[in-house]
Design a protein around this ligand. Structure first.
Ligand code: ZN
Length: 134
């Protein structure tokens, strides 16, 4: 694991969350992106070498909608940047960690991503992400 790449925060309304985080961090988000496969609109703020990712559901079946329904708005996941996501998946599997998708998916912000089940990580949804080099 190289660093905390970002912290994902589930929000009900991206516009108002964008305004709040812009005021909080003293800068605007640098990009907004829809990830159809996950049913989310994301918005990214750079904070030092890490980021804040705000997530709003685009439909009621979205994992973000389900999360907010169960637990309310708040921290949804922590993302760690890795060098080689396939290698990390294999390593963590051996450690007994439950991997949600063993074949990494293309996520927001030009990354290959996978998630670790909170059941095997003390209640925290962990994302692993690897930069896609084009
Ligand atoms: Zn994320």
């Amino acid at each position: 694991m190289k660093k905390i790449e970002h912290v994902g925060i589930a929000v009900k309304n991206l516009d108002s969350a964008n305004a709040l985080y812009a005021a909080l961090l003293g800068k605007k988000h640098y990009k907004s992106e829809t990830v159809e496969s996950e049913g989310v609109i994301t918005s990214f703020f750079q904070v030092g070498e890490s980021k804040i990712e705000l997530l709003e559901a685009t439909n009621p079946e979205s994992p973000i909608a389900t999360f907010i329904e169960k637990r309310g708005e708040g921290i949804h996941h922590i993302a760690f940047q890795v060098e080689d996501i396939q290698k990390e998946i294999a390593r963590l599997k051996k450690e007994g960690v439950i991997i949600l998708n063993e074949t990494p998916k293309i996520g927001a912000d030009n990354k290959l991503v996978t998630f670790l089940h909170p059941k095997s990580t003390h209640g925290v949804l962990i994302e692993l992400c690897q930069e896609i080099i084009i």
